[in-house]
Ligand binder design. Structure first.
Ligand SMILES: Cc1cc2nc3c(=O)[nH]c(=O)nc-3n(C[C@H](O)[C@H](O)[C@H](O)COP(=O)(O)OP(=O)(O)OC[C@H]3O[C@@H](n4cnc5c(N)ncnc54)[C@H](O)[C@@H]3O)c2cc1C
Length: 533
């Protein structure tokens, strides 16, 4: 996957592409893979980096969604469970089976959730993981050695999937490129080209050079997440908002707060939310919230009340109360929820995906979730084929292996996320003594990986490396700031940049990563009472 080559191809193309896809998150990348796998000619333009938006900020679950089961949205759960099984088969290097325990603090909760989880097992059918079962108090503590034990009665254990969201996005970009799509990051769509009232392509702007150019297409697909309405209004200034923005935040804690292999799932907090504490890359990710916001931003920030909410609930369910000082990183993501009327409560808005085709033929897809990205992609390309007037072809992605696919056990734990590329990364690291250096003592990454990211994964900035090629920003925001100079120097060498570029990169990354450091002094207040309310 090479940015210069893809850009040159896009700019020199004389025939219109079948599809230009705008946005390189789960939705756009999935659409690029689907269309390219059907043999169509595809270009994808991402204004920042792949998964810079919501797609790197999820809870990292490949799940049917127990909350949707509670809401009675069986078809959504069913579809997501099917997709969970497919993703586990198509990207086994990134998806793993994880045990979740619902701890119960009153006699009725166990049987109540136990029955619910049996329904979940049934819906998953033959793509299901291990069956759920009730746990007594001792078994619950055995699964969750650090769970709050005061008032604990027992629990329910069930299985769901977990993944690395940004790594999957990079692998999808590689898959699309491998199938012949021209995918480019750091290249924004600034406007639409129209001919006789129909959308005929986009005006793009290369963020690295400032160059503007046109890309012609038979159909333009708007997959810009919470920003879909911006592009829709470039098409039709009178278009009404399709999307409501809901923010969800997570806190990342050291592994000692949840040392076992199982996650904690709280189906209903005191104010009706779902909360997870999930082991991930030797840390614990705790979240999330559902806060309606008036508008979307590229770098959303956790609100004080969101940090307080998550920290307070982590204290309720964990025997050792974490403080703000324990928090390694705070990250916020924005859900693109499809508006249904004027409801202010985003928790009740649709999590299903929606496809809208404008009068001039702009195809917009939004909503949904990471777990269902493949089905969303299949649906949108089915629609887009009609708009483009190209052959209607069957999607082969149900069984398409994603870049990195391997079922082999990878010896070096730190290289597992690379899947089939792990051998190549290891060989590159061995090729130069300097490449074995760790980026930081608190982070599991080596310098040679940065070289790999620049050469094979289209990393263009320090943030691309520390936030999405590695997950350093989420694993330890402070440590990632300390690692930035080494990454910048390495990238400068690889990309032919000078020292001034490297210094500017470090400054920009440091400013960004400071926003992930937990700074709320209120968090140092004494812990709330033991045991959940
Ligand atoms: C807090 C939270 C937790 C979640 N947890 C889960 C979970 O555990 N499991 C799950 O399945 N789902 C989860 N989701 C949902 C899932 O993350 C989203 O549904 C999915 O990532 C949305 O992807 P997207 O591609 O539509 O949007 P995005 O990832 O936001 O991608 C849109 C892209 O478009 C780009 N863009 C915008 N404007 C332009 C332009 N003009 N030109 C070019 N590019 C542009 C942006 O830079 C961005 O990269 C969660 C969501 C949130 C917010």
């Amino acid at each position: 996957m090479n940015r210069a080559d893809a850009l040159a191809r896009i700019r020199s193309e004389t025939e219109p592409f079948d599809f230009v896809i705008v946005g390189g998150g789960a939705t756009g990348l999935g659409a690029a893979v689907d269309a390219a796998a059907r043999g169509h000619r595809v270009a994808l333009l991402e204004r920042d980096d792949y998964a810079k938006g919501t797609s790197s900020r999820s809870t990292k679950l490949v799940h049917g969604g127990v909350r949707y089961l509670r809401q009675g949205n069986i078809s959504l759960v069913l579809e997501a469970l099917r997709e969970r099984g497919r993703l586990a088969r198509n990207a086994p290097h990134l998806v793993r089976d994880l045990a979740f325990v619902i701890p119960s603090y009153s006699w009725w909760e166990g049987p109540f959730y136990g029955i619910g989880m049996k329904v979940y097992d049934q819906l998953a059918g033959k793509l299901g993981l291990a069956p759920s079962r009730m746990l007594d108090r001792a078994e619950t503590i055995a699964q969750l050695p650090t769970v709050e034990t005061e008032g604990l009665v027992g629990g329910v254990i069930y299985h769901d999937g977990q993944f690395d969201d940004a790594r999957l996005a990079i692998n999808l970009a590689q898959t699309a490129a491998g199938l012949g799509a021209a995918v480019v990051n750091h290249c924004a769509v600034a406007g639409l080209i129209k001919e006789n009232g129909a959308v005929a392509g986009v005006r793009a702007r290369d963020a690295e050079t400032g160059d503007e150019f046109e890309v012609r297409a038979r159909c333009v697909i708007n997959a810009t997440g919470v920003f879909v309405d911006e592009l829709r209004r470039r098409d039709d200034a009178t278009a009404r908002d399709l999307v409501a923005v809901s923010q969800g935040i997570h806190l990342v804690l050291p592994k000692r707060f949840l040392p076992g292999d199982a996650a904690i799932m709280v189906p209903k907090t005191a104010d009706g939310r779902v909360l997870f504490a999930v082991p991930w890359h030797d840390r614990v990710v705790v979240g999330t919230t559902d806060t309606p916001l008036a508008r979307a931003s590229v770098e959303p920030r956790a609100l004080d009340e969101e940090r307080a909410f998550v920290l307070e609930h982590a204290r309720k369910y964990l025997a050792t109360d974490p403080t703000g000082d324990d928090v390694l990183s705070v990250f916020a993501g924005l859900r693109p929820l499809v508006k249904a009327g004027d409801g202010a409560d985003t928790a009740a808005l649709s999590r299903d995906h929606t496809i809208v085709v404008s009068e001039s033929g702009l195809v917009t897809i939004t909503g949904g979730k990471w777990t269902t990205y493949r089905k969303m992609a299949e649906d949108v390309i089915d629609h887009a084929e009609m708009i483009a007037g190209v052959d209607n072809r069957r999607s082969p992605t149900e069984t398409l292996r994603i870049h990195g696919w391997t079922e082999a056990e990878i010896a070096e734990p730190n290289l597992r996320p690379y899947g089939a590329d792990a051998g190549g990364v290891a060989a590159l690291i061995r090729s130069d003594a300097a490449y074995a250096a760790r980026l930081h003592e608190s982070l599991p990454y080596q310098l040679g990986e940065v070289v790999w990211h620049a050469r094979h994964e289209m990393a263009r900035t320090v943030e691309d490396v520390l936030a999405r090629r590695t997950r350093a920003l989420l694993l330890d925001a402070r440590a990632s700031i300390e690692a930035a100079p080494a990454v910048a120097a390495c990238l400068a060498r690889e990309l032919g940049r000078d020292a001034a570029w490297a210094a500017a990169q470090v400054a920009a990354y440091t400013a960004l990563a400071r926003g992930y450091v937990f700074t709320d002094p209120a968090s140092r207040a004494p812990a709330s009472g033991p045991g959940p309310a």
